[in-house]
Design a protein around this ligand. Structure first.
Ligand code: NOJ
Ligand code: CA
Length: 723
C-alpha cells in the first residue's frame, strides 16, 4: 500500500476543510501510538478531487463521517457504529490504532454487461480502531472514494475478544443537508413490489399512509421508513443514490428518516427471533454506497456498486449466454390459461390472489409449449420459459404450506424430456421454472436433485420465484437467512452450470459481478402488475433505472403490444400504462442480459413491422451512452451491440408528452448509418390510443440531431445499423 497525498494518514485536530491539502509527513506515529486525547479527523478525496470524505472521532471516541462535493457539504457529520448483543460496552470510546490509505485503478471486463470495459478507480482510507474495554474489540472502517461516489463498510478482523457475535443494530447514518426530493418506496422487509412515491423527505410519513396496490405479503414498517436504492435530489441540483453493495451473509438495510433533521439511519431486517445478523470474525458488512453527481445521467451510468463487489468467481463462464426469450407466461397472467393442470390457478381479475373464477385450460402442455418453441426458433429467440409444468400448483398460493412442489415431477400433459429434446433440435434452450412459494425449507431439500434433473434434460437456465410468506415462518425475504439462501442457490446453480433469474428475492447489490450466472432479478414491481392490478403508473419505468436497477439487471418482461386487457375480456379495466412504442424502448432503457418478448406469439405475428425491433435488439453491449435523464420524467439511452457496429436507442416519458432532441454525436465520425425509427403516432397516448405507431427509415451520421415527440406515457425506439 502506498500512502497518498490525498488521503491523510495524520489526524487533523481542526475542522477547517480548506486545510486538508498538506503533505503527509512523519507524524503518522501519533496515530500509531493511539494518540486520541483530542478529537481527530482523516480526509480522503476522489481521484478527480471533487468528492471528499472526512472521518472523525469525537472527544468521547465516537466515529462519524461526512461527505462534500465540490467543497460543499452533502452529507453532514453522520454517526457510525454497532450495537452487539450481550456486549453493552461494545464500541465505548474508540481509539485509532492505525490508518492506511491506498490508490487503486484498473479496468476489468465483465462476462456480460452494458460496456465492454469497466474502470475501477478510487482512493481508499481504512481506519482501524479499538475500544477502551479491558478486553478490547477491534473494528476497521474502510472508505473507498470514487469519482462518482463513496462506499464504506465495517470489517471485524480476527481477534481475541470477538469471535461469534450477534448484531443487534448497525448505526450507520446519512445526515442529508436539507428537505430533499426523494424517489422511494415504503420500508418493508418482505417485498419490494411497490409503486414509487415522489416527495420531499418531510412528507414520507404522510404519503406512506397511502399504500395502494401492494402485494399481499406487504409488511410496510410504520413511520418514515424507506427502502434502498433511494434516489435523492437536493435543492441545488445534486443527485445522490443510497444503496448497498455485496450483500452477503447479512440482512438488507432499509432507512429510517428523521423527517425534521433529514437524517436517515440504517435499519436491518431482523429474523424470527428479532436478531439482525449472526457473524464470526474475520468478517465484514456489505458496503454502504452513496453515488453522487450533479448530472442525473451519471447516476445511471455509475459502476460504483459493481466495482465494490469481488471479481468473478466463475472460472469457465462459457455456458453463460445473454438471451431473449418467450414463454408460456402471459397467458396465465391474463387468465387465458392456468398454472395447474385442473384449470383453476391463474391470476384473477380481482388481484394477485392466484385463483381464477372461471375454469380454463392448462398452459404448460406439450403441444402448447411446442408452439412457443417453434415461434422462438422462427424468430431468433434463445430461450423458452414454461411455468406451471410441475405438479403442486393447486396448492401454491397464500397457504403457507411447506411441501408444495418437488421441482422434478411434471404434470401428466407435459413431457419434460421430450420438450427439452424438441427445443434442442430447434436450437432453443428451455428455461425451467421453480416457484418456491416461499417454502425455502422444502426448496433447499430439492435444489440439488432439481438442478441435476435440469442438467439431465439439458435446460441451461432457471427462473426461480419467491412468492408468499417465507418458511421457516417468521423469516423475511430480506433477512440474513434468506440472503444466504439466494446466494446458496446461485452458487449451487453455478456448480451445475446453470444461469439464474430470480423473482421476488432481496433487491440486488451488484453480486452479478462475482457470480455472472446470476443474470437478472425482478425484485421490484414488474410488468405483471399491469395485468391484474391497478398496475404501474406511466412514470414507473422512468424511476426504475434510478432505483432498483442501481443494484443490477431487472427481468421486467417488456414488449406488450395488446395494451388493454379489454381486448381479451370486454369487461376488464386493467391495462399496461404505456404506449406500444414505449414497450419497445424498454428493451434499451431497462437493462438486462435476459429480456422476455412477453406478448403472445399471435400478437407479434399480427404486427410484424413493430416486432422487428424486438427481433433485432441486442442484449449484450460494448458501450452505453445515457443521452438524457431525469428521474420520474424521462430517460434516453443508446447502446452499442456487442462485437457489432450497430446501436439501439430507447427513450421513455412519464405521463407527460414531451419532445426530446436526440443527438447522435456518439456515432463513428467516418460512418453512415441507417436508422429505423419506431415512434408514437401524433395522436397516441397510453390511455386513449396506446397502440398507434409509425415507422420511418433514414440515413444519419454523427452530426444528426432528431427531435422526437413522445406521447403521454410514450417513447421512441431506434435501431441504428452501420452501412
Ligand atoms: C410472480 C412472478 O413475478 C411471475 O413472473 C410468476 O409468473 C408468478 N410469480 C408465478 O410464479
Ligand atoms: Ca413478482
Amino acid at each position: 500500500m502506498t500512502s497518498s497525498y490525498f488521503c491523510s494518514l495524520i489526524p487533523l485536530f481542526f475542522t477547517n476543510l480548506k486545510l486538508m491539502k498538506f503533505k503527509i509527513i512523519g507524524l503518522a506515529f501519533l496515530v500509531m501510538f493511539g494518540y486520541n486525547a483530542l478529537a481527530s479527523s482523516y480526509l480522503c478525496q476522489s481521484p478527480n478531487g471533487k468528492i471528499q470524505i472526512r472521518f472523525s472521532l469525537n472527544a468521547s471516541g465516537q466515529p462519524s463521517y461526512s461527505v462534500s462535493f465540490k467543497n460543499k457539504p452533502i452529507i453532514e457529520e453522520s454517526g457510525l457504529g454497532f450495537k452487539i448483543k450481550d456486549k453493552p460496552n461494545f464500541g465505548k470510546m474508540y481509539k485509532v490504532v492505525s490508518v492506511d490509505s491506498s490508490r487503486f485503478n484498473e479496468k476489468w471486463e465483465p462476462v456480460w454487461g452494458e460496456t465492454k470495459l469497466i474502470e475501477n478507480n478510487y482512493r481508499s482510507l481504512s481506519i482501524t480502531m479499538k475500544d477502551t474495554m479491558l478486553k478490547a474489540n477491534i473494528v476497521k472502517i474502510v472508505f473507498r472514494v470514487f469519482n462518482d461516489g463513496v462506499g464504506f463498510r465495517y470489517e471485524f478482523p480476527e481477534q481475541e475478544h470477538l469471535k461469534h457475535f450477534i448484531v443487534d443494530d448497525e448505526n450507520s447514518r446519512f445526515n442529508l443537508t436539507g428537505d430533499h426530493k426523494i424517489w422511494w418506496m415504503p420500508g418493508d422487509f418482505d417485498t419490494n413490489e411497490y409503486v414509487y412515491f415522489t416527495s420531499q423527505i418531510s412528507e414520507i410519513t404522510k404519503k406512506a399512509k397511502k399504500r395502494d396496490g401492494a402485494i399481499f405479503t406487504a409488511t410496510p414498517i410504520k413511520g418514515a421508513f424507506v427502502q434502498t436504492p433511494l434516489m435523492i435530489k437536493s435543492q441545488d441540483g445534486i443527485y445522490m443514490n443510497i444503496h448497498e453493495a455485496a450483500l452477503v451473509n447479512y440482512p438488507a438495510m432499509d432507512l429510517k428518516f428523521d423527517t425534521t433533521t433529514f437524517e436517515a439511519s440504517s435499519v436491518l431486517a431482523h429474523d424470527a427471533v428479532g436478531n439482525k445478523a449472526y457473524l464470526q470474525t474475520p468478517t465484514q458488512t456489505p458496503w454502504r454506497t452513496i453515488v453522487i453527481s450533479e448530472d442525473a445521467r451519471e447516476i445511471i451510468s455509475s459502476k460504483l456498486i459493481l466495482n465494490l463487489n469481488d471479481p468473478s468467481k466463475i472460472k469457465d463462464p462459457g455456458y453463460i449466454k445473454p438471451m431473449k426469450y418467450v414463454g408460456v407466461w402471459l397467458e396465465m397472467h391474463l387468465g387465458l390459461s392456468t398454472w395447474d393442470m385442473a384449470g383453476t390457478q391463474a391470476a384473477s381479475d380481482a388481484g394477485a390472489d392466484g385463483t381464477t373464477k372461471k375454469k380454463t385450460k392448462h398452459g404448460a402442455t406439450t403441444e402448447n409449449t411446442k408452439r412457443y418453441i417453434d415461434f422462438a426458433a422462427n424468430n431468433g429467440f434463445g430461450g423458452v420459459l414454461v411455468e406451471g409444468w410441475n405438479t403442486g400448483w393447486e396448492d401454491w398460493f397464500g397457504n403457507w404450506k411447506e411441501d408444495v412442489f418437488d421441482f422434478v415431477t411434471p404434470y401428466a400433459d407435459y413431457d419434460v424430456v421430450g420438450i427439452n429434446q424438441y427445443a434442442k433440435s430447434k436450437g432453443v434452450s428451455m428455461i425451467t421454472h421453480h416457484e418456491t412459494s416461499g417454502s425455502i425449507t422444502n426448496y433447499e431439500r430439492w435444489m440439488d436433485t432439481a438442478y441435476k434433473a435440469m442438467n439431465r434434460w439439458g435446460s441451461p437456465a432457471l427462473k426461480s420465484g419467491y412468492v408468499g410468506r417465507i418458511i421457516p415462518r417468521g423469516e423475511y425475504h430480506d433477512g440474513q437467512w434468506m440472503v444466504n439462501h439466494y446466494l446458496r442457490a446461485i452458487r449451487k446453480a453455478a456448480d451445475k452450470r446453470i444461469m439464474v433469474v430470480a423473482h421476488e428475492p432481496v433487491r440486488p447489490t451488484g453480486l452479478h459481478r462475482t457470480y455472472p450466472n446470476f443474470m437478472a432479478a425482478e425484485a421490484a414491481r414488474g410488468q405483471e402488475f399491469n395485468f391484474w392490478s391497478e398496475g404501474n403508473p406511466p412514470e414507473h419505468e422512468t424511476i426504475l433505472p434510478f432505483t432498483r436497477l442501481m443494484g443490477g439487471p431487472m427481468d421486467y418482461t417488456p414488449g406488450i403490444f395488446k395494451i388493454k386487457k379489454s381486448y381479451y375480456d370486454p369487461k376488464a379495466k386493467e391495462q399496461v400504462h404505456t404506449t406500444l412504442v414505449k414497450q419497445l424502448a424498454l428493451y434499451v432503457t431497462l437493462y438486462s442480459p435476459v429480456q422476455m418478448a412477453t406478448d403472445l406469439p399471435e400478437n407479434y405475428l399480427a404486427r410484424q413491422d413493430a416486432f422487428q425491433f424486438i427481433k433485432d435488439v441486442a442484449v449484450d453491449w460494448d458501450d452505453t451512452k445515457v443521452l438524457l435523464a431525469e428521474p420520474g420524467d424521462y430517460i434516453a439511452i443508446a447502446r452499442k451491440a456487442k462485437g457489432k457496429n450497430n446501436w439501439f436507442l430507447g427513450a421513455v416519458s412519464d405521463e407527460n408528452s414531451r419532445t426530446l432532441t436526440l443527438d447522435f454525436s456518439f456515432l463513428d465520425k467516418d460512418k453512415k448509418y441507417e436508422v429505423t425509427i419506431y415512434k408514437d403516432a401524433p395522436d397516441a397516448s397510453w390511455d386513449l390510443n396506446p397502440e398507434a405507431y409509425q415507422i420511418e427509415k433514414k440515413e444519419i451520421t454523427f452530426k444528426t440531431k432528431i427531435p422526437v415527440l413522445l406521447a403521454r406515457g410514450g417513447g421512441v425506439a431506434m435501431s441504428i445499423m452501420a452501412k
